[in-house]
Design a binder for this molecule. Structure first.
Ligand code: FCB
Length: 458
């Protein structure tokens, strides 16, 4: 058995819109994801989060599942439209009551609650006033963050501001494959800036209110050249790395926006949203950085290629389809990417505690005779945990691992077809069944170690 460090924390993660359902209960207002999912053609199979896993009503059972897995931490997100349905203005106490109950339930079972304040469910009234493309949204976000802190801060120690600003900005406002579904590169960059500003303002406001442990959750890309010997591919890597990683991590970690990215963003219009004083706010020190990792990204320089709208201004770059094993999302399975990411960020920021706030895989699971034999997922988790062990041994400060996800859930534009859970959800009955991977994860957590032999391919 190869053990993990004594204080290494095991957990699982979820997000509000993906599991809660109950979208009109107790005064919750509409979010951009309600609007988007109810717009025909936006989400696979026309799925919406209206009911999802009905976690809003079944949270006790779900916390019991976390406890059965033996987990020490649970990462959830707070739905802004439950707490401030108008996006600004009156607080909806009934919405906060839900998170109050959830946090108490977790703590009664010795599970540390880790709260994310924004996992993509912007109140629709704010989108109607410009959404993340306007500064006002960043300011309203910091106000909302404090409201949540004031209610839960006596029991929740660890806070994250945003989940994956890259997705909110580029998928939401650039390619439009996520809510609010806008397709405008200039809007994507303005949104990114205001997301980062909202993060910085919220860190400051939370600190002032008394919070001691505040961070950000990002999904850095591990960008690799299709041809390691090609200088043109190396340039493509530099641009995509800039658009995905440096344009976020540099300002957040105090280095300011990279010059090449400022020039790149300027191609799409004046950066009239930029105020030099913002960089200081965005760089407000954080206490932890959460990393979500799923798969590496490959790029190749191809004159004439249309690029990807997920990376505004990436014309001339091709994103080749993965070779080798992929998940049900079509994402390449490659744990070396996780090790590479942790080495890079850990090497760069040796004093910043890192968490793996999401890692996992979708597979076409089937419930047969009361059992889900998800060997592929076990192998995925096993491989990625071995990568974590390797970098821990090199001295990278990784504090914990949170599997995505506790439950099968609403996988955004992919709807319910993509199953990421350790626990299978039969949506018509809402019955939960821990998959084989849940039993495997429980035994790893109990042993605080991986088995000597890696999980074998089927
Ligand atoms: C991440 C999201 C999370 C989930 C996984 C699969 O980008 O943060 O909500 O959808 O991908």
């Amino acid at each position: 058995m190869t053990s993990f460090p004594e204080h290494f924390v095991w957990g699982a993660a979820t997000a509000a819109y993906q599991i809660e359902g109950a979208v009109t209960a107790d005064g919750r207002g509409p979010s951009i994801w309600d609007t988007f999912s109810h717009t025909p053609g936006r989400v696979l199979d026309g799925d919406t989060g209206d009911v999802a896993c009905d976690h809003y009503h079944r949270y006790r059972d779900d916390v019991a599942l976390v406890a059965e897995l033996g987990l020490g931490a649970y990462r959830f997100s707070v739905a802004w439209p439950r707490v401030v349905p108008g996006g600004s203005g009156p607080t909806n106490e009934a919405g906060l009551d839900f998170y109050d109950r959830l946090v108490d339930e977790l703590r009664s079972r010795d599970i540390v609650p880790m709260a994310t304040l924004y996992h993509w469910d912007l109140p629709q009234p704010l989108e109607d006033r410009g959404g993340w493309t306007v500064r006002d949204t960043a300011e309203r976000f910091a106000e909302y963050a404090v409201k949540v802190y004031e209610r839960l801060g006596d029991r929740v120690q660890t806070w994250s501001t945003l989940n994956e600003p890259w997705c909110s900005a580029y998928l939401g406002y650039g390619s439009g494959i996520h809510a609010p579904g806008r397709r405008d590169p200039a809007a994507a960059f303005a949104a990114l800036h205001h997301l980062l500003l909202g993060h910085g303002l919220a860190v400051r406001a939370l600190r002032a209110a008394g919070a001691r442990s505040v961070g950000l959750v990002v999904n850095p890309a591990v960008v690799r050249p299709a041809d390691p010997a090609s200088p043109a591919d190396a340039d493509a890597v530099r641009l995509v790395d800039g658009l995905h990683n440096r344009v976020i991590l540099d300002p957040v970690l105090g280095r300011g926006y990279p010059e090449d990215m400022v020039a790149h963003m300027s191609r799409f219009g004046d950066l009239d949203w930029f105020d030099p004083a913002d960089e200081k706010i965005i760089a407000t020190p954080i206490d932890l950085l959460g990393l979500n990792y799923y798969a590496p990204t490959y790029v190749a320089a191809r004159p004439g290629a249309s690029g990807s709208p997920n990376y505004p201004g990436s014309e001339g770059i091709e994103f080749p389809a993965p070779t080798g094993p992929v998940t049900d999302m079509g994402w390449q399975i490659d744990p070396t990417g996780l090790a590479e990411l942790l080495r890079r960020i850990g090497g760069d920021q040796p004093d910043l505690p890192l968490w793996i706030t999401e890692n996992g895989a979708a597979f076409p699971d089937r419930l047969v005779d009361g059992r889900v034999r998800d060997t592929d997922r076990i192998r995925y988790l096993d491989g990625h945990l071995r990568a974590v062990q390797a970098v821990l041994a090199e001295g990278v400060d990784v504090r914990g691992y949170l599997a995505w996800s506790l439950l099968d859930n609403f996988e955004w534009a992919e709807g319910y077809r993509r199953r990421f859970g350790l626990v299978y959800v039969d949506y018509p009955t809402q019955r939960r069944t821990p998959k084989d991977s849940a039993h495997w994860y429980r035994s790893v957590v109990a042993a605080h170690a991986l088995p000597e032999e890696p999980a074998q391919p089927r």
